[in-house]
Design a protein around this ligand. Structure first.
Ligand code: PGA
Length: 266
């Protein structure tokens, strides 16, 4: 059966307001509305507001790359989930760069996930092992700990709304940038779905959307999107290049179309 695919572009700390506006303009020109494909852009906090007035909401949804879990207060430099409510559909939470550079631990990630849900924003939770953990055979333990803690304050119904991105740190272009084999990705995604099933039941496990992220570009995205457990991709570096990002969306479109034709032929 053809699936609905979610493609997220994480622009990280790139692009000032005019550069971001230009990239959005180029993406508007190249990306068509597809019923079965949802495209989400995650620009810097600074440009979310101006982009929200420029964006064609039938084509793109917006995501923040981070937010703070308290709703308001004396937290200099922070922006809360409640402040983002009318601006974004999604917030990326627990990205490995935040875990590594900003020392976000399992409990902070858990509180952010709960705050997102409380404020009606869909959490895009990132999980994944480092290269060192992988070589030590700790991948499953790391994923287990990250998932159980991050989701521990949610009900099974709330979990169905969460998106989880499997992003092995060793595959992210700005870390080691190793190209993950689709088999490795599928086993990571399967393990994550199994964890959700064990914790919250089969219905929640089926409903949760799982993405893959790590050096995804227009050439290799299809090999991941074809995986049974993969509902989309979280794209970093390639999302800053409009040819590549539009190519990724196009690949997703062609896959959905091919699957639709298969369904019709059965
Ligand atoms: P990358 O980044 O696509 O540049 O590897 C992915 C991410 O950090 O989310």
């Amino acid at each position: 059966m053809s699936k609905r695919i979610l493609i997220v572009g994480n622009w990280k700390m790139h692009l000032n307001a005019s550069q971001a506006s230009l990239l959005l303009h180029r993406l508007h020109e190249r990306i068509k509305i597809h019923r079965n494909i949802e495209v989400v852009l995650a620009p810097s906090m600074l440009v979310l507001q101006p982009l929200s007035t420029q964006v064609d909401r039938r084509k793109f949804r917006l995501a923040a790359q981070n937010a703070y879990y308290k709703d308001e207060g004396a937290f200099t430099g922070e922006v809360s989930f409640s402040m983002l409510q009318d601006l974004v559909h999604y917030v990326i939470i627990g990205h490995s760069e935040r875990r590594l550079h900003f020392h976000e631990d399992l409990e902070v990630v858990r509180d952010k996930v709960a705050s997102a849900v409380r404020n009606s924003i869909t959490p895009l939770l990132c999980v994944g092992e480092t290269g060192q953990e992988r070589h030590a055979g700790e991948t499953k333990q790391v994923l287990h700990d990250q998932i159980t803690t991050a989701l521990s304050n949610l009900t099974a119904d709330e979990i169905e709304e969460v998106v989880i991105a499997y992003e092995p740190v060793w595959a992210i272009s700005t870390f080691e940038g190793e190209i993950a084999k689709p088999d490795d990705v599928e086993s990571g995604l399967k393990f994550i779905r199994k964890q959700i099933a064990e914790l919250y039941g089969n219905k929640a496990a089926k409903a949760v959307r799982l993405l893959y992220g790590g050096s995804v570009d227009d050439q290799i995205v299809r090999s991941y999107l074809e995986l049974e457990d993969c509902d989309g991709a979280l794209v970093g570096g390639a999302s800053l290049n409009y040819h590549k990002f539009a190519g990724i969306v196009d690949s997703a479109y062609r896959l959905v179309q091919a699957q639709g034709e298969d369904d019709a032929g059965q």
